[in-house]
Design a protein. Sequence first.
Length: 220
Amino acid sequence: MRVGIAGAGAVGLFIADDLRATGHEVLIIEQQPGVLERADTAEGIEWYVGDACEVSTLKDAGVDRCDVMVAATGDDEDNLVVSLLAKTEFAVPRVIARVNNPKNEWLFNENWGVDLSVSTPHLLTALVEEAVQVGRLVRLLQFEGGNARLVEATLAEDSPVVDKAIADLDIPRDATIVAVVREEHVVMPRGDTVFEAGDEVLAMVTDEAEGEVRQLLTGA
């Protein structure tokens, strides 16, 4: 897989090294030449010096050959522009954008070419809630401009689904149980999987189905 990354700050460089270590082709686009000179990155990472907000830069860098584009600069406006150009001008199949200011998260949707946005403050909040909340549905990640999301609920003893099999539940059509974490082991859900109190249930839901899944798993 070929991945383009706009921005060679701490976040961009970490992503690049991580992806390169797992065998992916990585392209970093960075506007400041000095960053390239100072950067200590893994061998085999391709660099292009230029403004990723310019169509000519993305074209010369070969973004049209990327399977994924990551807009990882420290500026939300730049990340939106990079995302839009990658999707509309170069038809990159998957565009992921970093959200620096949580107040701007509502902008990061399909209208700006964003398939997945990552807001670090919101993600940290979700992980804190996930660690301490039992009997509540917690949003972990949003996809497709917020129309689909990964949610998690740790089942309380009085959860409506405890001691019931997935096949016996009225799960909405727009929702899927994707994993169950039980005593530090991941259980891949099947129709005969029976829920137990304390299970961490992860589900993909649409906006319309989220309320039904919350009611189903938590009774609230």
